[in-house]
Design a protein around this ligand. Structure first.
Ligand code: FES
Length: 106
């Protein structure tokens, strides 16, 4: 584990995405059911910011819908679950500690 501070907890409001630079990478952060979910910010289809996407609850899974062409990515596994994206994004373990959001960049 190598947790790196991403932002203050107060910067993540509801399920709206927040983009933070963490360890030199842009990470999209969301709060869903009280848990922080973190994936690479850049869509693997055409470089949209997933932090600007919409969180959707599909059956058992929670996804972010890309704001440009609508691909869905599983926010826990990073898997691309709908076209036009086919390549997953990296998903990260994240936590809240002492008012901050931290992402495991190991
Ligand atoms: S840029 Fe995300 S689906 Fe095209």
């Amino acid at each position: 584990m190598a947790y790196v501070k991403a932002c203050a907890s107060t910067e993540i409001v509801g399920e709206a995405g927040t983009c933070a630079m963490v360890g030199g990478k842009k990470i999209a952060l969301f709060r869903v059911d009280g848990k922080i979910l973190a994936v690479d910010d850049m869509c693997t289809h055409d470089e949209a910011s997933l932090a600007e996407g919409t969180v959707l609850h599909e059956n058992e899974r929670c996804v972010v819908e890309c704001p440009w062409h609508g691909a869905h990515f599983d926010l826990v596994s990073g898997k691309a679950v709908t076209f036009p994206a086919v390549t997953p994004v990296t998903a990260y373990i994240a936590r809240e500690l002492n008012g901050s959001v931290e992402v495991d960049m190991a």
